[in-house]
Ligand binder design. Structure first.
Ligand code: GUN
Length: 280
């Protein structure tokens, strides 16, 4: 079997068009501030992409670039000012932050109503208890790809590989809310290949280049690869060894061009959702 390709670029483009239409119907421009501390290369690339996409959707986006030596106190004060600014609907603090900053405390300083990343414990708690909330962009994007590809989730056996707060945990909560039978597996899981082979829907979010090979895949399974890893020679690869997995899976997302574009499109959607809720 050769897997059907789930094209994230096309689905993301459609979502961005939809968000732009929603923005143009509003009597105000939703405001988004992206906070970036230091000059991590990969983060800069992500921040620029977010800025460009938000501007194209008609969002009033600002990037607040702060020096790497910014203190916890200064950063917290900046967040407090953004919380208090009525023109700001969404606040995104790009992670990772420099090592001297307590990232968890910074995320907790963001007003949950403006937390377009969905990382604040109030939003994480709402998601875990099955209530409507701002949902982290990458897992939200995965759910939209699954819906687009008509992948049945009700009663399906789903496995999420990776237990990060940004992807794995919220991903498991969303799949559970969609009535899947969810396994959240990680580096300490016994017989990882065997666990993966049981899954009808497999979500990879380990950040380990090409660790999952075709012999881990149940024939016909849907494989969603959240990983974006750069090989030494510069090539981007996912957490799946693409060719060997695509030979066994029923459907698969490519890297790049799978989940990645959905993350940004969902950020735009979350910004509009936050703006509509805040401003009634
Ligand atoms: N760093 C890597 N992914 C993300 C993300 O989704 N949001 C933020 N704020 N930082 C990140």
């Amino acid at each position: 079997m050769t897997a059907r390709i789930i094209d994230g670029k096309t689905v993301a483009a459609a979502l961005r068009t939809q968000v732009a239409a929603r923005v143009s119907a509003l009597p105000f421009r939703p405001g988004l501030t992206v906070v970036m501390v230091g000059d991590d290369r990969a983060s800069l690339t992500y921040v620029r992409s977010k800025d460009k996409a938000a501007a194209e959707a008609g969002i009033d986006v600002h990037t607040l670039r702060l020096p790497a030596e910014t203190s916890q106190k200064d950063l917290t004060a900046r967040i407090a000012a953004l919380n208090a600014d009525p023109a700001v609907d969404g606040i995104l603090v790009q992670l990772p932050l420099p090592a001297h900053i307590d990232s968890i405390a910074i995320v907790e300083a963001i007003d949950p109503a403006k937390d377009v990343d969905g990382f604040h414990p109030v939003n994480a708690g709402r998601l875990a208890s099955g209530r409507a909330t701002l949902v982290p962009c990458t897992p939200l994007g995965v759910m939209k790809l699954l819906a687009h590809a008509n992948v049945p989730l009700d009663g399906a056996r789903a496995l999420v590989l990776g237990r990060s707060a940004i992807v794995g945990r919220p991903m498991a909560a969303l799949l559970l809310a969609a009535n899947a039978t969810v396994t959240l597996a990680h580096s300490r899981t016994r017989d990882l290949p065997g666990e993966c082979r049981r899954a009808e829907v497999l979500i990879l979010a380990t950040g380990r280049a090409e660790m999952v090979t075709g012999d881990w895949i149940r024939p016909g399974a849907t494989l969603i690869d959240v990983g974006i890893n750069r090989r030494a020679e510069g090539r981007l690869v996912g957490d799946a060894a693409y060719d060997s997995c695509a030979a066994i899976a029923g459907a698969i997302t490519p890297v790049p061009g799978g989940v990645g574009p959905m993350t940004i499109a969902c950020l735009l959607e979350n910004t509009v959702v936050a703006a509509e809720r805040r401003r009634g």
